[in-house]
Write a protein of this length. Structure first.
Length: 143
């Protein structure tokens, strides 16, 4: 285990999570971050791209993996394949882990793929009138 991993697990344990719960939170955060990266789309050196999109543009629509690449004869190939909805499952597991802590802790899911996906905050750190999406960095970044 590297020093950064040890540090985030220790911070989560200080908030009251068990070692197992802290590890689960870390895996959930990594799963969500990868999902959000794929929602933005990835591209490799050959110019092909892979992304995740949902039917109907809704956040609860069926997810598909979209693969685009240059085929034979210089024609673009665009294919969609159904994929498991890892986001919904990860969010459900996150809610289940936080349920016993709901009086004093809350989770914030940052959907920007350029940073950490899950932050755990103490409710007392959120002042009246403040929106959690503007102060989530006061919490523990789970990476």
């Amino acid at each position: 285990m590297n020093r950064d991993t040890y540090e985030v697990l220790a911070r989560l344990e200080r908030l009251g999570f068990s070692y197992q719960q802290a590890n689960q939170l870390r895996r959930i955060s990594m799963t969500l971050r990868r999902w959000f990266e794929l929602e933005c789309g990835t591209e490799n050196a050959a110019g092909s791209s892979i992304s995740i999109e949902r039917d109907g543009g809704d956040s609860d629509g069926k997810p598909f993996q979209r693969v685009q690449f240059m085929g034979a004869g210089g024609q673009w190939v665009d294919r969609r394949f159904p994929v498991a909805d890892r986001e919904t499952g990860a969010r459900r597991r996150l809610a289940a882990i936080l349920k016993p802590f709901k009086r004093r802790l809350l989770a914030y899911v940052q959907t920007d793929c350029r940073g950490c996906a899950v932050y755990i905050l103490r409710k007392r750190d959120l002042k009246p009138g403040e929106s959690v999406d503007s102060v989530y960095n006061r919490g523990v970044a789970v990476y």
